[in-house]
Design a protein. Sequence first.
Length: 454
Amino acid sequence: MRTRMPRYTALAAGLTLAAALTAPAAAAPTPPAGPAAATAAPDGRTVTAEAFTGPDAEGRRVRVPVAAPGHRKGVSGRTAPGDVTGDGAVGRLAVTGPTADRLDVVIVGDGYTADQQDAFHAAAAAKWAAISAIEPYRSYRGLFNVWTVDAVSHDSGISGDPDTGTVRDTALGSYFWCADTERLVCTDLDKVAAYAAKAPAADLVVVVANSAKYGGAGYYGLEAEGYPFDGVSTLSSDNAASSLIAAHEIGHSVGQLHDEYAYDSYGTWTGGETDGPNSTVRTADQLLADRAKWYRWLGADDPAGGTVGTYEGGDYYPHGLYRPTATSIMRALSSTEFNLPGREAMIAGFYRKANGLSSDLPTGSTVRRSTRITVAPAALTGLAAPELRWYLDGAEVGAVRGRTSVVPAALGVRPDGRTHRLTAVSVDRTAAVRDPQIRDLATDTLTWRVTGTP
């Protein structure tokens, strides 16, 4: 069985893999900060967040406080869940398998009072439905567990809605006008972590703010800041376009995708190759000659429009770096599609965090020839094409291909006193993956020892 990496180290290992899939890479370009400095937080800590100033806007980076600024903290002083009845309650929105074998998303609400928790649950379901309607999320929903955590706020709604003079006392301290950017919704990351910890082992966190005003934010790289999850997305509950912010941000955290937009002020990139699967210094001819990055997709019709090639401008630089397509969800939220190299990177990320094959019977254990062995393939659809095969002592038993339950004796294990090796292998043969190293990631193996004791 491909062992799932500990959650706290999965990001670092994933970055190592991304580098292995490309030529030696220089450090990624430093994300540009916006013109506004972060408003001082009580403890002075800041992190980088991505803001989208409108539903069709390209993103921009700003430094924001880790904690909510003092004047927005409200009056309750609550710093951890459980202060009021129902606070911190965990719900199962879409649980598809064991936590150890899934990518776990935790959705926490902010600005919902005790009697508005049903509204939060409805908003969480709607937002996950919108995110997971986008490929490749849609086809790979079976690799996700989605949990909700109730955060009970004193006030309904969040600060900054409708204007900067509006201050509300909420469980997570979320607010518009973060870093002087109206549509940037920041939150108190320490409070988010306290609530998310109530659910099983969060890989990603989504904060749904009780507001109809367009807005949100994306934090990622948080494991490097000491948090047990890499990404947090904030978004407005009752604005349909805000769901795309989370879809984009998960592209960073899970797919390790770089931004594909550029700033004129950044001029020309003069560094070496970047580590982004959707960013390169090479032209199309050079990608093909070097068999690098997305060369396997060159010329393919792309779901984001046009064909895959090398389009100048990306990773914040208008010159010297290339992206795979004219547009995609990683360039602007006016696009609702990942391009083909982006889809492949996302699928790789799904399988870095999750397994497509599970079993209640511990692998590596010794079982009798009469023991029934049952496996549970993840429920994958659409783009996904999982194939299940069984191998006895290294040779495939073709008669049981696709079966999820077998008995070793029926496969040919005789009462000969020997120990045999039985292996179940699930391979996702999706056409959305062309890189053989990513295909290896999409392969899961479970193995047991079978004794031929009579």
